[in-house]
Design a protein around this ligand. Structure first.
Ligand SMILES: NC(=O)c1ccc[n+]([C@@H]2O[C@H](COP(=O)([O-])OP(=O)(O)OC[C@H]3O[C@@H](n4cnc5c(N)ncnc54)[C@H](O)[C@@H]3O)[C@@H](O)[C@H]2O)c1
Ligand SMILES: [Zn+2]
Length: 373
């Protein structure tokens, strides 16, 4: 088992990564986050497979454990589901001496974390991510939230989990599309922080897609290290954490314009290529960066062009109206080259790019037929 200790307020966070870790989880949980009663928050796809066996194993150690689950899907990441889950835990008499275990994909991690942050003014939290995206992204960094009509993740809290337990073997049951979506975020980690890691992902596409435990464990570890380093430098997102948004300005626009039909990771793949083109057009990103990303993402079976029917101008309109956009002119977290991001003269980690430059760059991301037409 690989153990990483993250320095995060208030008490630090431990990340354990190991094939087969789920089987020894009660031991680690009882040691690191002892409690009289564990409330396991999970979704309907993983409740039987992973949450119930964990509850049974905890009970065998003579502590109370209850599973509360919600119907899987982003649509359930809501205040309504939060209310149902907290009521269910109250009905099971989970008290101040309890602990929340959030088990599942990013939705369960975010919801379970938000339950932990708010239940009886806050309980300790263990994250057990079971999707690749949750393992390398959602479970690390302490952001918890629900979606509201005004936008995604707009109501939530920071809560660092005491323990994040990652078992790559859980990926054996993850749908293919979800695996690829997670790999897009790993590519992002390489792109912003470690060119060598990025190229390794490119060369290891086949074993990764075949879910070989060793390369997957390496990928998870390196991605967690990169995300953790950024988060430790900026725990509540005041500055450098913005670099994690590389590819995401365009990605969020694509997701919104497709009414969320394009999965997040797929939108991020397109967004990274688009923002590499935008950076090059703006004179801050090295030539060839977009092509290098294109080749790697294509090898992972991810989309590398804008969805058919989506015009570059629409993307800029959607990006400008993004609820989280601070200025009227669009800012992007951009690469300087593969493995490093841009910081402007004022120390900002995002760069303003004029719309006409961005439009031309986005034109290079149209599907081939439309580029030639
Ligand atoms: N807190 C953060 O910092 C952060 C970062 C990134 C993403 N997120 C959030 O994460 C969410 C996306 O996460 P996601 O892609 O994991 O979505 P998800 O939780 O919906 O999981 C995707 C699908 O995979 C299923 N699944 C998960 N693990 C499985 C397994 N081992 N076997 C079989 N099926 C499995 C789920 O039931 C679901 O159907 C979004 O809500 C996003 O906002 C949060
Ligand atoms: Zn993302």
């Amino acid at each position: 088992v690989i153990r990483l200790a993250l320095k995060l307020p208030p008490e630090g966070s431990h990340v354990f990564i190991g094939a087969g870790l789920l089987d020894e989880l009660p031991e680690h949980v009882l040691e690191r986050v002892p409690a009289a009663h564990y409330g396991i928050v999970t979704d309907s796809h993983v409740a039987e497979k992973y949450a119930q066996p964990l509850a049974a194993a905890l009970r065998a150690e003579r502590v109370r454990a209850d599973v509360v689950s919600f119907t899987a899907g982003e649509g359930q990441k809501s205040r309504t589901t939060w209310a149902t889950l907290t009521d269910a835990l109250l009905a099971r008499r989970l008290g101040r001496d309890g602990c929340i275990i959030a088990l599942g994909g990013g939705v369960a991690c975010d919801l379970g974390g938000f339950v932990a942050a708010t239940y009886m003014r806050g309980l300790p939290c263990v994250q057990v991510p079971t999707s690749l995206l949750a393992m390398i992204d959602a479970s690390i960094g302490g952001k918890t939230a629900v979606d509201v009509p005004a936008g995604k993740n707009l109501v939530g809290a920071f809560l660092q989990p005491h323990l994040v337990a990652i078992d790559p073997l859980a990926l054996g049951t993850l749908p293919e599309r979800e695996l690829r979506a997670g790999l897009a975020e790993a590519v992002k980690h390489g792109a912003i922080a470690d060119g060598e890691y990025l190229r390794w992902i490119g060369q290891t596409a086949k074993p990764l897609l075949a879910r070989e435990p060793q390369p997957l464990a390496h990928l998870i570890r390196r991605s967690v290290e990169i995300k953790a380093a950024v988060v430790q430098a900026d725990p509540v997102e005041r500055g450098v954490r913005a670099v994690l948004n590389f590819g995401h300005t365009v990605a969020h626009a694509i997701e919104a314009l497709s009414a969320y039909a394009v999965p997040h990771g797929y939108a991020v793949a397109i967004g990274m290529i688009a923002e590499a083109e935008i950076g090059t057009a703006a004179g801050v990103t090295a030539e060839g960066t977009a092509d290098e990303l294109r080749a790697i993402l294509h090898g992972l079976g991810l989309p590398v062009a804008l969805p058919a029917g989506l015009a570059p101008a629409d993307i800029l309109t959607a990006a400008a109206s993004d609820k989280k956009a601070r200025a009227t002119r669009i800012r992007y977290a951009l690469l300087e080259r593969v493995g490093g991001t841009v910081t402007d003269d004022a120390g900002a980690h995002t760069v303003e790019v004029a719309d006409d430059i961005a439009l031309r760059a986005l034109g290079r991301c149209l599907p081939r037929e439309r580029r030639e037409a």
